[in-house]
Design a protein around this ligand. Sequence first.
Ligand code: PEP
Ligand code: MG
Length: 754
Amino acid sequence: MSGLGVSAPRLLLRKLHQVMAGHGDAEQRLNEIVRLIAGNMIAEVCSCYLMRAGEVLELFATEGLKKEAIHKTKLRLGEGLVGDIAAQGRPLNLSDAQSHPQFAYRPETGEEEYHSLLGTPVLRGGRVIGVLVVQNRTQRSYTDEEVEALQTVAMVVAELVSSEQMVAATEFSETGGNATLPHHIDGTVLAEGLASGYAMLHEPRIEVFKTLAEDRSVELARMNAAIDGLQVSVDVLLTATNTLFTDESREIFEAYKMFAHDKGWIKKLLDAVRTGLTAEAAIKRVQDDTRSRMKEVTDPYLRERLSELDDLANRLYLHLDGHREFDRRNLERETVVVARNMGAAELLDYDRRQLKAVILSEGTRSSHVAIVARALGVPVVGQCSGIVDLVEQGDFILVDGEHGQIFLRPGEDVQQAFSGNVKQRAVRQAKYAALRDKPNISKDGIKLSLNMNAGLLIDVDHFHETGADGIGLFRTELQFMVRSQMPKVDEQTALYSKILDNLNGAPVVFRTLDVGGDKALPYMKTKPEENPAMGWRAIRIGLDRPALLRSQLRALVRAAAGRDLSLMFPMIAEVSEFIEAKAILNKEIERAAEKAGGAPRTVKVGTMLEVPSIIWQLEHLLKEVDFVSVGSNDLMQFFFAVDRGNPKINDRYDTLSPSLLKLLRKIVVDCEAAKVPVSVCGDMAGRPLEAMALLGLGYRNFSMSAETLGRVKEMALSVDIEKLQDFVCGFCDSRDHSVREQLRSFAQDHGIVV
Ligand code: PEP
Ligand code: MG
């Protein structure tokens, strides 16, 4: 077969254009479309199924199958080949459809005669709204051009279905799965808070609202202008930011430049417009083609290049008139950013005044983007599967970062209920604020230290409002991540001084640079690693590149001249690493003592306990350090060998598991024996039930995000630690998976607010 020579697509599109512009109701036009496709593709059958309420695909039009089956044949999402195409959102090309395990025979259609099948989803705004299928009697496989042609027709069908409302929007329930309707999605709280705003997709998406061109020359001019615009912008980007590039990012942008000028790519785009597509549809068509080639390529280098081409198509789309690239640093209105996942540095790229919340389809609580969001007070709901495909740019969204829910395009009633929640939250916040000046003493009179984690200057500005005793963990890397160049010693000194000034004598523990892993510095060249969390990061970089560590220590020592300095090193796995790092610090202190500014009045040096190996050298370490702080996020990750950023395995092990409690108990016992202060600064410290368990294990010093301080304080004031201690320690030898429920019951029975 194939009647699809070079001029065939153009002919088909012209005819489709006539149908779309013609009269008749939508169903008549859909029938005309399937008839045209069957004729054009020399297929005996062409059918169109549309998605209806309850995720059911209903046969709406057919050429070749029995007409009685129209509106009668229905398949659930995932049922049969049609349901499978809809569920996967991908074309299916089968020479022998009946032998496919998913084949579902429907006698009313008479399709038993047909062997080969090509189907493609009908997509609108990233969602499947139907399926378009052609079938042939013979066992034949359809060519790539035919797959492309059917995809193009599917765009036209999508336009017809939506513009004519062939399936009434009112059919769909709240959870039904249609475009413009309200949606409620359950996710997981990654950062607490309630917020509302307008959706902004972190990665642009090509939306095709009109497939067929009214005037080909107009579309050609639009496409040419967009290509020019893209080429200029890529050239400018490459020269203007020349000095900031690492070799690796330079390579990417060089590749961009090459592709943006690539004659083959440009010709493809212009040819697609010449067949009669709008510029948007042409870009989409070429992008679909790149994507299908990507699936076949196994060579990682080529795949990478193709994915750059894919990204370039997104950029080109933004250069078409009528679209524009959003300026993340200057957002015009309250914004909720929607992404599959995001790095911490990317979050910091957004305009802080207008960034109200983040929704991720992946993400975990201890991922760095969540940590940074908590530092910024930006609520994040993660693990909202499908959100990226459901949301439209500019949709209004309510983000409930208390219960882990989001409401997309909410109705009046939901908005009212939400504003009720906002008021209740304000009441709770007021209650925590009232606790602020109460001393941190447990119900049975034990003194506690409740501190906050920080990393940005804004955290420090808010410090005095939180009622925290001090800053138990200052993640210095955040300051490095928000810059486009490595800050010089003087700049670092000024920054650390400012923090010390603002704190007005309240204690702060600076942690030296913990970069690497998912905390990449845009200007620091590192090779991609297979296992970055266990790779070249934190103190390992500091010791291998002492100049970097030295400059940071110099800045800290200078900033603290005549004052108290507390600092700790991250990711220490062996005592020898601590000793080596401390030697570098000591040199800096000696150096400072000889200079005019002088050395700090006191210096306390500690380490994070994040790598399990160091806990088996604790007796030696404790002789060297002034204090230690448990980084439960990484400790948990390495203890259970569970990637802290992977939602698939995130719930597999509980922080309240007996084995982890036993490890934490050993730490506190050893520290008590050595009379070395110990604190917990990982995420555990900021969760009331976990913090209660830590109190039971013997911990008295916690550092957490400012947002969680009020709740933990409320818990701490209501607890009788004497009673709790034996109960919690008693679980250390349990064989259970978790003791969460037992602890919750204890809290309930003893009036502890968790
Ligand atoms: C930790 O690992 O618990 C910790 C506090 O450090 P970070 O989350 O910055 O890795
Ligand atoms: Mg850590």
